[in-house]
Design a protein around this ligand. Sequence first.
Ligand code: PLP
Length: 389
Amino acid sequence: MSNLEQKVNELKTTGVYRELPVNEGPCEAIIRLNGHDVINLSSNNYLGFSNHPRIKKAAQNAIEKYGVGAGAVRTIVGNMDIHEELDRVIAKFKHEEACIVFQSGFACNAGVIQAITDKGDLIISDELNHASIIDGVRLSKADRAVYKHSDMDDLKRVLEEKRTQYNQVLIITDGVFSMDGDIAKLPEIVKLAKAYNAMTYVDDAHGSGVLGRSGRGTVDHFGLHGQVDFIIGTLSKAIGVVGGYVCGSKVTREWLLHRGRPLLFSTAMMPAAAAAIIEAFKMLEETEAFTNQLWDNAKYFKSRLKNLGFDIGKSETPITPIMVGDEAKTIAFSKELLKRGVYVSGIVFPTVQRGMGRIRCMVSALHQKSDLDRAVDILYQTAKDMQIL
Ligand SMILES: *Cc1c(COP(=O)(O)O)cnc(C)c1O
């Protein structure tokens, strides 16, 4: 244990050690954190679905019908009709041929990438791709290459240099980059993939429920239906529950039911979660009011920050970083904001590069304009006091 003790002590001396905050109620715009009411600018609950009465009711009804656990992995006897229905509901919503749901977005990347690639293949990954993609790629027998973030010349260079040496090539990108809030250059990626006969894989965890018509995602945003081979999404962020999925062709679903290891070796999602998610998609099919409210709030918040002179990087979505740089200062900023009534998490290495510390503000449809105004005032005063602005 002395090895771990030394490492933890190092976190403490460098100022990046943190205690986990404890939320004493549901995830809302105002939360009770460690005994104090604070404005919540840190959740991925973009649309406010995680505590929505209709969705909770659907989960409660499903508990009565199915109980709380699925009882086995999907490939044995954990595959309930509600799981099958959920796959169909998502495929229809996303305008894709088929879908298969996993226990989480992380499990999806960990299981899918290794199942669809093999020795003799090459995976080309954006340098800022999410940790679960990086881990998923590590589990594959394929070779790997990285291209500079959203740099299409660099992606082309890799394809030009390496395409002929491999059987299959898979290009992987986040749809929306989770720490900067910028959108992948999907039309260009698809074009390059076609030119070099490569497959495409988009992890749209922060795009689903946010971009496109009623949150149909980055593929819908760019009108690229049918042109991306593997579309990954999460049910844990905007959809407000838990889970992950891959949409694409029918044969992808068939193959993953035989070789997608989290489906074979980890118990199926709680049936009540499936029921809650089905209700959430029903609501998105009915109205764009949720996504409209999210974007309205995000635009308002971002324009106020910009006008005050904050550096919000290259965000194009509700993910709004405030760049700080120094890691210890980032953590100190976040701690001070919490004391003053705003919870916004500090993001430092290894989540982002060293020296690229930032706080990451997550706006949601739940926020009232008055919540956002108060948050901006506190952000401004604190940044002034700490010489960040
Ligand atoms: C959050 C996130 C995940 C993980 O999703 P979970 O459902 O929370 O496991 C995967 N990929 C990306 C890009 C993410 O932002």
